[in-house]
Structure formats: C-alpha cells, structure tokens
Design a protein around this ligand. Structure first.
Ligand code: BV8
Length: 247
C-alpha cells in the first residue's frame, strides 16, 4: 500500500522510538528495552531525580553516549526528504530525544519530549543549553547561576519526564498546524510508536477530528492501531523510502 502525496498535501508526522530502532537504539517497550533495567519512575520522573540524581544522570549519560555513536537510518532520511518536498505544509512531531531526525536533516520539527543533548537547571529558570557531556558517578552537575546567588541547584537533562507537562508552545504549534491543514488535504502519519504515552498518543484523534487521513507505519500493531485508517506493517527503515507515491 502506498501513500499518495502531492504538493498541496498537508502532512503531520509523529515518530516514536521505533524509527530509531534500526539505528541501533533500543526501544522502550520491546524486550530488552531501555527501561527493563530501570523502573520508569526511577529514571524518567521528577521524584526519581530528587531521590537519586546520580542514577538518573548515569541513565541519560548512557543514552547520550549511545545516541552520539549511532547514525540516522533510511527511515529518518525518508522523513527529511518528504519535508524537503512539502516545505511549510509539513510538520514532524517526535517523541524521541536522540537527535537523529535533526542529524538526518529534519528542520520543521517539534521535540515534544525534549532533547537528550540539552541540559537545564532543576531549580531556576535559566534557559536550557546544548550539552553532550556524559556525567558519571557522584559528579551530578550543579547550576552555576544558582551558585552565584548562593543557592544549590542541580542540572538535569532538558527532557519531559512522566508526570511533567509538555511545553505549551510545542502543543500550540501542533494545534496551529492542524487548524491550517483542516481546509486542505490533510494526512497524519505515525511511525514507530506504541501509542501508550499521552498526550502524544492522542494526536491521531485530534488529527482525525481535523479531517486527516490517518496512516501508521509500525513493526507490529500498537495499542491505538484502531485509530488509524491505514496500517503498513514493517520496519520503518525499509517501508518509508518506498511508502510515498508523488503525484
Ligand atoms: C503529562 C522522555 C500532564 C523520557 C517520555 C494514566 C493513563 C493515561 C495517561 C497517564 C496515566 N498516568 C499518567 C499519565 C500521563 C503519562 C502517560 O501517558 N503515561 C503512560 C505510561 C500511561 N504522560 C505523562 O506523564 C506526560 N505528561 O501527561 O502531563 C499530567 C501531569 C501530571 C499527571 C498526569 C498528567 C509526559 C509523557 C512524556 C514522558 N517522557 N520520554 C525519556 O525518553 O527517557 S515518554 C517515552 O515514551 C519516550 O519519549 C518514547 O518515545 C515514548 C513513547 O514510547 P514509543 O516512542 O512509542 O516507544 P515504544 O518502545 O513504546 O514503542 C516503539 C514502537 O515501535 C513499538 O510499537 C514497536 O513495535 C515499534 N517498532 C520497533 N522497531 C520498529 C518499530 N516500528 C517501525 N520500525 C521499526 N524498526
């Protein structure tokens, strides 16, 4: 089954960990997934960070090192090539924090769960900053802006943890794109996501309400499979380069 696109199509793409699997980054919920050696709440939640910031920095340092050492795969490149053709009628929303879409050439992108290669302070509102350092052992990085004010502030990855709100500007950008697409031919394409984590997993329903034709490319049927009109089963690195038929 092929997805027909033409220059007037508005396309919203949502990706999850599955699109990075063929680059060698383990997904979250597959066997041997990232979280199997750590309970979620211990490494991807504010309380986990409060209780054991060293463990959390070791977990994310491992992921920084891993993401740095792998390459984007043909699935990432195919998504960037579609953006090239559609321009401002395209928006990519990714749940992934690994930076591989950006390295594959994606620009019109919202990283709704944050970025592995950015750090911010857990206590003050200093802007987040680019950071690819890996922190191991007891040296949990401290915020120098807090120190200058005589306060203690710990740095943390600029990532959205469970129980934390997503960036309202990100959600607004997605909403505006959906509104502007409602009057055109609007396609929503999800790739490599288990449809478990909200609000990302609910985007397909908002897109349908805005009149979108809904497509899913996934290795196996996910939780919210029934929300999609079209389901192409297979690895995204193989399916995506052949999926689109340009009119
Ligand atoms: C929020 C950053 C308001 C960290 C992540 C009870 C019911 C419903 C919702 C909730 C609930 N209790 C709490 C909630 C809300 C919660 C939530 O949804 N929990 C779930 C677990 C039930 N959501 C939140 O907390 C969000 N915030 O709602 O704020 C609020 C506030 C307070 C209280 C309540 C609400 C914040 C969510 C963000 C969490 N942060 N990431 C990090 O990355 O370390 S989520 C994390 O999961 C990643 O971002 C990941 O991307 C995301 C989703 O997972 P997937 O990407 O889908 O990956 P997964 O492994 O699951 O699936 C991969 C898929 O790919 C599989 O289907 C597989 O078959 C497929 N695949 C594999 N290989 C391939 C492939 N497909 C194609 N090709 C291949 N080669």
């Amino acid at each position: 089954m092929r997805l027909r696109l033409d220059a007037s199509t508005h396309l919203l793409v949502l990706t999850g960990a599955g699109v990075s699997a063929e680059s060698g980054i383990p997904t979250f919920r597959a066997g041997g997934g990232l979280w199997e050696n750590h309970p979620i709440e211990r490494v991807a939640s504010p309380q986990g960070f409060r209780e054991d910031p060293e463990l959390v920095w070791r977990f994310y340092s491992d992921r920084r090192r891993q993401a740095r050492d792998v390459q984007p795969n043909p699935g990432h490149l195919a998504v960037a090539a579609i953006e090239e053709r559609l321009g401002d009628r395209f928006l990519l929303v990714t749940q992934n924090i690994d930076g591989l879409h950006r390295r594959a050439g994606s620009h019109r992108m919202v990283e709704i769960h944050g970025s592995l290669f950015e750090t911010r302070c857990a206590h003050c509102d200093r802007p987040s900053f680019a950071d690819d350092k890996v922190y191991y052992g007891a040296d949990v990085p401290a915020c120098d802006a807090c120190e200058r004010k005589g306060r203690k502030g710990l740095l943390r990855p600029n990532i959205v943890w469970f129980g934390e709100m997503l960036d309202p500007d990100h959600m607004r950008r997605i909403e505006v794109f959906m509104e502007s697409s409602a009057r055109a031919r609007f396609v929503f394409l999800a790739i490599g996501t288990s449809g478990v984590v909200y609000p990302a997993a609910g985007l397909v329903l908002h897109a349908r309400a805005a009149g979108a034709e809904t497509w899913l490319v996934n290795a196996d049927p996910p939780e919210n499979r029934s929300a999609f009109q079209h389901f192409v089963q297979g690895p995204s690195g193989k399916v995506l380069p052949e999926l689109v038929e340009w009119a």
